[in-house]
Write a protein of this length. Structure first.
Lengths: 361, 269
């Protein structure tokens, strides 16, 4: 192991005592911050003077609120805010799970082609969905796009894992290169589908590129949230297995982990949460890599606390990015993917430089 | 009891292990020795179900292929020859990973002191909060050993012996810590557990092992008590250099002396 690697870690986290306490404190602070950000996000927007609290209480019959306030808060901002929370949590948790699975801090669904695969699935569903018999369309309904996105994400995660992992060890270089190939391929196929799309479909497709919470509504939320919630609830059960996997697949097996089963669940959960997120917001990059990394610096890599805290911080970061995207070119809206990329890409480069010697690249 | 029968490992066209039969008894330290590339690690990996092999392996009378990894993790712990830790875990976090194997949450609460006890035994008390990546090679090896020790802390559980499989556990250690670790292995065996260790240092093996299996080119050359296995003919042939056994200064254990390079085998005879 190179010396630089050692030093990078030492500088990154000067350690003393038990980091579990620090993780608990972080969790409490993140909970508070999330509630604040959620309220702020409801009050944030082009229409000012909205009585957010009044509109919230009115639903419970505890106050009176005007119809405009009710519409803006409940039909526009609320689904958008909840979408932000769920997608932010899903992206951060799937990033953390994927990094655990690939045993390296650079694995990110956006970076290695999983989001692109999910996007391809979603685009295919939009363009080709109309060609299916009406009966099938009725059965699949609003679930076709999330389902297709899940399948696309699943296939690309599986392929990537097969290519990059040999004898239980994952090669960073192979993973990143395979991700480039995968991203290129899915991009090309997506391009072909875009060619075949009608004007109506094109409007649907434009937002896949950069991602946006702008299209959020209750219907989309209802179709994607069960999947996202299911993976968020499952993730903590992977915690011990992911910790053990940090020592390599053979050691994880000796620690009593059913490695094959655990890998299947992890790949499925990454694909499901990324697929569902991509289906409702398009591809949003860097949340999955930045959030877990910051938390590992703050509280250590134990997944028991990393996964729930990543969900909280991911939600906060995405909501904040959304608020920035809504004001920076107001009254227009910047795609949120641009905001996360502007913040995330430099941070990513910094992580890369810090860990250069460890990654051997 | 570990009973491995007719173990053959083939990688590509090459037989890395050829019909090896290997036994180890609880209450004893069993050493696997042999020159580089003779198949020691491969044998240990085969009998701990890490790699595909033909032949059968039984632990305490049960065929390991019929056991889940969870069940196996309660009766055996394995220290690999080398290994990296992917994320910046602290020493305490690493050792706790061993503690969680096969134990319930209720058990864990009662056993919170074990990681500290294990670290103390390997001479790493005070290192709890340090990052693995910041340790020296020898310290890292002992931290991993502590992780393995807590996994099977009681050498006998409910009347069943538990097992330590160690691949070159002292390869990175100074002479003092070599003795510390070998004494831990001895104590584990004395208390009724079983130890299977791949060893490089023949004299250390002679001092601490009850039983030795000498591998050569993927086959068992000779197996038995140290004073049977460690003889001039077998050792010199296996290692490809003139070796002469003598008696250790303070005991009757065989003591292996390399002969000076300027002496030819003829001169030794
Ligand atoms: N995965 C592998 N692929 C090809 N050859 C291997 C593999 N693992 C081990 N070998 C070869 O098998 C032989 C025995 O290896 P090993 O058991 O590691 O030796 P040692 O006795 O030094 O522990 C060596 O020649 C090694 O090159
Ligand atoms: Mg070896």
């Amino acid at each position: 192991m190179a010396v630089g690697h050692t030093l990078a870690f030492q500088q990154a986290a000067p350690m003393a005592g038990d980091r579990r306490i620090r993780a608990r404190v972080t969790q409490v602070m993140l909970c508070g911050a999330l509630v604040l950000t959620m309220l702020l996000s409801l009050g944030w927007g082009a229409a000012s003077n909205i009585d957010v609290i009044g509109a919230l209480l009115a639903r419970l019959g505890l106050a009176e609120a005007g119809p405009v306030d009710m519409t803006i808060v409940w039909d526009i901002r609320m689904p958008r805010m909840i979408t932000g929370v769920l997608v932010g949590a899903a992206l951060a948790v799937s990033g953390a799970v994927m990094q655990g699975l690939f045993r390296n801090p650079l694995a990110d669904p956006g970076l290695v082609g999983v989001s692109a695969g999910a996007g391809l699935g979603a685009v295919a569903a939009i363009v080709l969905g109309g060609l299916m018999p009406v009966a099938v369309q009725q059965i699949t309904g609003g679930y076709l796009i999330p389902l297709a996105a899940f399948l696309g994400g699943w296939a690309s995660t599986l392929l990537l894992y097969r290519v990059a992992t040999n004898g239980g060890q994952t090669s960073v270089a192979t993973m990143l290169l395979a991700g480039i190939a995968l991203g290129g391929l899915t991009g090309a196929v997506t391009g072909v589908l875009v060619y075949a799309a009608t004007d109506d479909q094109l409007r649907d497709l434009t937002f896949w590129g950069m991602g946006s919470l702008g299209g959020a509504n209750w219907v989309k939320l209802y179709s994607a949230s069960p999947v996202i919630l299911a993976t968020l609830v499952t993730a903590p059960f992977l915690a011990r297995a992911l910790d053990a996997l940090a020592l390599g697949e053979p050691v994880a097996a000796h620690l009593g982990i059913d490695v094959q089963r655990m890998k299947r669940i992890a790949i499925m959960s990454v694909a499901a949460s990324v697929g569902a997120s991509v289906a409702i917001t398009g591809g949003i990059g860097f949340i999955g890599i930045i959030v877990p990394h910051m938390l590992r610096l703050a509280q250590g890599p134990e997944h028991r606390m990393l996964l729930p805290n990543a969900a909280l911080l991911g939600a906060i970061v995405l909501l904040l990015s959304d608020m920035i995207s809504r004001v920076i070119v107001a009254p227009a809206e910047l795609p949120i993917g641009i905001v996360t990329a502007i913040i995330g890409a430099p941070l990513f480069l910094w992580i890369l430089i810090k860990n250069r010697s460890m990654l051997g690249i | 009891m570990i009973s491995a029968k007719n173990i053959t490992v083939t990688i590509g066209a090459r037989k890395i292990l050829d019909d090896v039969t290997f036994d180890a008894a609880a209450g004893k330290v069993t050493a696997i020795v042999g020159p580089n590339g003779s198949g020691k690690t491969t044998l240990l990996r085969a009998i701990t179900d890490e790699i595909a092999h033909s032949g059968t392996v039984a632990i305490n009378g049960t065929d390991t292929v019929t056991m889940s990894s969870a069940a196996l993790s309660t009766v055996r712990a394995v220290l690999p020859q080398s290994g990296t830790v992917a994320f910046p875990f602290t020493v305490l976090e690493l050792v706790r990973l061993g503690l969680t194997a096969g134990r319930s949450v209720a058990d864990l609460r009662m056993l919170d002191h074990l990681p500290h006890a294990a670290l103390k035994r390997v001479g790493l008390d005070g290192f709890e909060g340090q990052l693995i990546q910041g340790l020296s090679g020898g310290e890292r090896q002992r931290a991993q050993l502590a992780r393995v020790l807590v996994q099977v802390w009681e050498p006998v559980l409910d009347g069943t012996p538990r097992w330590l499989f160690l691949d070159e556990p002292v390869s990175a250690l100074d002479i003092g810590h070599q003795l510390v670790v070998m004494n831990i292995a001895r104590a584990f065996a004395k208390a009724g557990g079983g130890v299977v260790a791949v060893m490089h240092d023949l004299n250390l093996t002679s001092m601490f092992a009850d039983h030795v299996t000498l591998l050569h080119d993927g086959q068992v050359r000779v197996s038995g008590a140290p004073d049977v296995v460690f003889n001039d003919t077998d050792l010199s042939a296996c290692y490809g250099c003139p070796l002469r056994t003598n008696t250790a200064p303070t005991s009757t254990a065989p003591w292996i002396l390399p002969q000076s390079a300027i002496l030819t085998p003829e001169a030794i005879q």
